[in-house]
Write a protein that binds this ligand. Structure first.
Ligand code: XMP
Length: 507
């Protein structure tokens, strides 16, 4: 296990990803909350930072249990930190050093530089520079502009590099991390999905024993993979609840429920459509619609969890990015639970002990773990779907009739994407029902009917997104199908807005 101490660099998560790509498990901890027990960590990496070591408020960390005792690598700020506080000299650089550089000189033969060639591209992003190294250190590598680009301390496995090995633009960055972790620190490369499943299942068994666990399934990847892991560990003591809020895709509730049952999960499908749709009646404000759905979900989930006698645990499909974000934002556990605290007293199910088996995984790792446990590719490859479902794709107030229309439109669009082999090229797709009627002509009749907008975007995390250049033939066929098959719709448009400035959902 490898420890990454985070000084707040925008690249810290990338360090973790690169390390995991080497099949080595690692954890990120804030520099000011390092783990008390360092025994389980075989190596430590200090991240970059937006701060300067020369500033009075520079982030400090106690390295007395680490430096000289365990293999230690400082990256950027981490390297400057090691230099500055051990007798070296860090100054503001005359030229700001950002972007690509090439290793121009390798000074000594060291396992840290194994398979690294002169000319290898490295990525720089720093305003300070290490002017002189500590006395007891050795220069390893330089670029044209940065003399002290890589160094090590004599007689210890402590290294510093000014550039960022974790970004893709550092061509041999992963090799450097491998040199440090595998060749120098002798960390085992045994983090594989199958190994994760084995240790997690054993851990869950030990932790939960024969107590009962409740888990809310959403149909999405994270909660499904969490459920299958828990099912392996505790079997029938896992009670899954899958709520139909009446705002899911066409046939989604039945299909996914079936799929869950085929997977051997102990799952109860709760059709609470009427409760949600009644509560939403007449409401057209997007945020109020979200609040109503959140409140009703908690009520329904609370009612259902009372049906499970003597439940002791609440399982959640929280993943690593959620944890990192909520730690930095609130110091608390899961962001979702936080936002519901204001609903007037804590519902009973939230008083349960929380178990989050995926909380150390990135999304692609969750998929790999799911795949290794045999989850269906169609479940693992599903597009994200918002919690409030079609409610935020029906602009304005929601009626049962509008839900039914949008379900049909969405179904034609999504099925079409699958049939044309486009589904996997798109990050997320859906249809919006607009609060607009327009004039059309069908046969000899004048129509005055609804307009729908189709949206398909590419993205990696939903934070930024661009519209997908779907083939005109596909759009033509889909538009025809929708207008011919869905009564009440006489016009289809395609959304060609990027995020930002538009958002993915229209509400
Ligand atoms: P926007 O519309 O903000 O969406 O560009 C970004 C991503 O978030 C999803 N989304 C939501 N998910 N509850 C959710 O669970 C919500 O209220 C919500 N609003 C947007 C959206 O589908 C997209 O993937």
């Amino acid at each position: 296990n490898v420890l990454i101490l985070d000084f707040g660099s925008q690249y810290t998560q990338l360090i973790a990803r690169r390390v995991r790509e080497l099949n080595i498990f690692c954890e990120i901890k804030p520099y000011n909350k390092p783990p008390e027990d360092l025994n389980e960590y075989k190596a430590v990496i200090l991240s970059g930072s937006p701060h300067s070591v020369r500033a009075g408020d520079a982030p400090h960390v106690d390295l007395s249990g680490i430096k000289g005792k365990k293999p230690l690598l400082g990256v950027c700020y981490g390297a400057q930190y090691l230099a500055h506080f051990n007798g070296g000299n860090v100054e503001k650089s005359n030229t700001r050093e950002y972007g690509r550089a090439k290793l121009a000189k390798l000074h000594v033969d060291d396992p840290f530089l194994k398979s690294i060639a002169i000319g290898s591209q490295v990525w720089m992003s720093h305003a300070d520079t290490i002017k002189s190294l500590p006395d007891n250190s050795v220069l390893l590598a330089s670029t044209h502009d940065v003399e002290n680009a890589a160094f090590k301390f004599k007689n210890e496995e402590t290294y510093g590099i000014q550039f960022h090995p974790e970004v893709y633009h550092s061509t041999d960055g992963k090799q450097i991390l491998e040199n440090f972790l595998v060749n120098i620190a002798k960390v085992e490369q045994n983090w594989t999905p199958a190994a994760f499943v084995e240790t997690t299942v054993a851990g869950l068994k030990a932790k939960i024993g024969d107590e009962k666990v409740i888990l809310g399934l959403s149909g999405g990847v994270d909660s499904s993979v969490a459920a299958v892991l828990l099912n392996k560990a505790i079997g029938k003591n896992l009670h899954c609840i899958f709520v139909n809020n009446g705002l899911l895709r066409k046939n989604e509730f039945e299909d996914v429920l079936h799929q869950y049952k085929d997977m051997g999960l102990n799952v109860k499908g709760v059709d609470a459509s009427a409760r949600f749709l009644d509560a939403l009646e007449g409401e057209s404000d997007p945020e109020k619609k979200r609040k109503i759905i959140g409140r009703v979900f908690i009520e329904v989930f609370d009612d259902e969890s009372h049906q499970v006698e003597n439940a002791k645990w609440l399982a959640q499909g929280t993943i690593y990015p959620d944890v990192i974000e909520s730690v930095s934002a609130t110091g608390g556990p899961s962001a979702t639970i936080k936002s519901h605290h204001n609903v007037g007293g804590l519902p009973d199910f939230m008083k349960l002990k929380v178990v989050e088996p995926l909380k150390m995984l990135f999304k692609d790792e969750v998929r790999r773990v799911g795949k290794s446990m045999g989850l269906e590719p169609n479940l693992l490859g599903r597009h994200p779907f918002p919690g409030p479902g079609l409610a935020i794709r029906i602009l304005g107030d929601i009626t049962r009739e509008k839900v039914a229309i949008l379900q049909e439109v969405d179904h034609i669009f999504i099925q079409g994407l699958k049939e044309w082999g486009l589904y996997d090229q798109v990050w997320q797709a859906g249809a919006m029902l607009l609060p607009v009627n327009s004039v059309g002509v069908m046969g000899d009749e004048r129509t005055y009917e609804k307009c729908v907008a189709l949206r398909a975007v590419e993205s990696t995390d939903g934070m930024t997104a661009d519209w997908v250049n779907l083939p005109y033939e596909f759009l033509q066929k889909t538009s025809n199908d929708i207008i011919n098959k869905v009564p009440g719709v006489n016009r289809v448009v395609y959304d060609i807005s990027s995020k930002p400035p538009a958002t993915i959902e229209w509400e």
